[in-house]
Ligand binder design. Structure first.
Ligand SMILES: NC(=O)c1ccc[n+]([C@@H]2O[C@H](COP(=O)([O-])OP(=O)(O)OC[C@H]3O[C@@H](n4cnc5c(N)ncnc54)[C@H](O)[C@@H]3O)[C@@H](O)[C@H]2O)c1
Ligand SMILES: O=C(O)C[C@H](O)C(=O)O
Ligand SMILES: [Mg+2]
Length: 465
């Protein structure tokens, strides 16, 4: 990573070459220097330094703080700089240049538009932003793998999702973080703001509350409601697994899968795998393998035990991973050990998808696995729901679907997998890149086709009939 250190130094006490030497001795690489101001006695410079990680950054900055004649004014890194003032803004489509423009976009002209919508509320789709908007709703309780960090801290992730919605699929998404963890209140708030939106993307809401919130909203709203961490993740996981299985030449019905983190993502991933034909899947959470014969406080785990773990295995991750063909992690950093990977069947597939730190460091796992994937953008094979949510909502909005159903999700998974051709498929390319512009378009088309086929599309479109 790069950090930029703004420092002031006394010219008669220390020379810049001494500062450069100090940075070099601390292992930092100077990649840029800007002079901010200079007087007879003092100079202020921004020095951009390449460092290994945030601990290393602290070492470099501490060295400078201890250098006589140097005052560190502040330190910023590029990632922080990209977040200053937030990452998105609202823009008008039409400039208001004249009184005439004003009288059309605002009072009095706008009143005729309002009246038309009051007479026929479906006109909201043609005369307001509704046809292109998605609310990205979070309560900040399961933000990436950081846990319950609250609504303010969740905002940067939701802003990031909104950027991706726009860039990858042209969808106008609004980040909305709620300062409540009350299921009923969240349901009522989302229902109340729904008129402005064509779809609702729930994000980073912890299990098990997320299940009830999604179910209630699906029943009570006539626009698609989609919990991204459940279904977006499940769709992309299935796409990646379908392609990875081609490489190891194993059939989906024959594989043994061990999945850690039986929360929002884990339960949805399990369900999509069962629907796709997986027979032997064992879920592991903090207490070990989920199995029959115990009563869990979490009702979803009791149901989970009925659907999974055919041999009713008990024990820890290390116990049940023996002979597994596939490991899927949607849980917590570092919980899969190299020793565990060594116990897996031949040609192991490891999808360590916890963000930002995966269940196993890919560098540690790589010598022992055939196919390795993470949720991150800095390693090959990024299995991340960003491959799904922009295209799936684009499709749902364009055909004005009332919901995003199972057929639409399966169609999206197959569409994502299909972007990687048989010639291109390899251990390090099982899933297309986020920047592959075929992804959102193919997902959109597949999702619309499935929506028309299952009768949930409201917009007439002969092309997809
Ligand atoms: N790559 C992706 O696209 C993607 C998508 C969704 C979620 N995720 C990641 O998956 C993780 C879970 O997200 P979620 O939304 O399902 O959260 P969640 O809070 O709903 O579920 C997390 C589950 O993991 C369990 N867990 C925590 N520590 C564990 C441990 N040491 N061993 C076993 N289980 C443990 C928790 O008990 C909980 O059941 C996060 O790290 C998130 O970043 C990745
Ligand atoms: O936000 C991501 O990168 C993926 C996913 O939604 C997560 O919560 O980890
Ligand atoms: Mg998420």
């Amino acid at each position: 990573m790069h950090i930029t250190i703004r420092l002031q130094f006394a010219k008669n006490v220390v020379a810049f070459s001494d500062i450069a030497t100090a940075i070099g001795q601390a292992g930092g690489d100077i990649v840029g220097i800007d002079v901010i101001s200079s007087s007879k006695t003092h100079t202020v410079r921004d020095i951009t330094v390449s460092v290994l990680d945030s601990k290393h950054a602290d070492v470099v900055v501490d060295t400078l703080r201890k250098t006589t004649g140097v005052k560190v004014i502040h330190v910023s890194d590029r990632t922080f700089l990209m977040h200053i003032g937030g990452k998105i803004e609202v823009k008008s489509k039409i400039p208001i240049k004249t009184r005439d423009d004003l009288a059309r976009v605002y009072t009095p002209g706008v009143a005729r538009i309002c009246t038309a919508i009051a007479e026929d509320p479906t006109k909201a789709y043609s005369l307001t932003i509704k046809r292109n908007t998605v609310a990205v709703i979070s309560d900040g309780t399961a933000v990436l793998g950081l846990g319950d960090i609250g609504p303010y801290a969740a905002m940067p992730v939701m802003e990031g999702k909104a950027m991706l919605f726009k860039q990858l699929a042209g969808v106008d998404a609004f980040p909305i973080c709620l300062d409540t963890k009350d299921t009923e209140e969240i349901v009522q708030i989302v229902k109340a703001i729904a008129p402005a939106f064509g779809g609702i993307n729930l994000e980073d809401i912890a299990a098990p509350r997320c299940f009830e919130i999604e179910e209630r909203l699906k029943q009570e709203l006539d626009i698609p409601v989609f919990h991204d961490d459940q279904h977006g993740t499940a769709v992309v996981l299935l796409a990646g697994l379908l392609n990875a299985l081609k490489i190891v030449d194993k059939k989906i019905e024959d594989i043994k899968v061990v999945l850690t983190g039986i929360g929002a993502a884990g339960i949805a991933c399990t369900k999509i795998l069962l629907a796709a034909g997986v027979k032997n899947i064992i879920g592991v959470d903090r207490q070990g393998a989920i199995h029959r014969g115990v009563q869990y406080d979490n009702p979803y785990w009791n149901e989970y035990a009925q659907l999974t773990n055919p041999e009713n295995m008990t024990g820890s991750l290390s116990d049940v991973i023996v002979g597994a063909d596939v490991f899927i992690g949607v849980s917590a950093p570092g919980i899969l050990k190299v020793e565990d990977v060594k116990k897996m069947a031949k040609d192991p597939i490891v999808f360590a998808m916890a963000n930002p730190v995966p269940e196993i460091d890919p560098e540690l796992a790589e010598p022992y696995v055939r196919v390795m994937a993470t949720g991150r953008s800095d390693y090959p094979n990024q299995i991340n729901n960003v491959l799904c949510f922009p295209g799936i909502f684009r499709g749902a909005l364009d055909c004005r679907a009332i919901e995003i159903n199972e057929e639409m999700k399966l169609a999206a998974a197959e569409a994502i997998a299909s972007v990687v051709t048989d010639e291109e498929l390899s251990e390090t390319y099982i899933i297309p890149s986020v920047f592959n512009n075929k992804v959102a378009e193919r997902v959109r088309e597949a999702v619309m086709k499935a929506a028309y086929k299952t009768g949930v599309a409201r917009k007439d479109d002969m092309m997809f009939r």
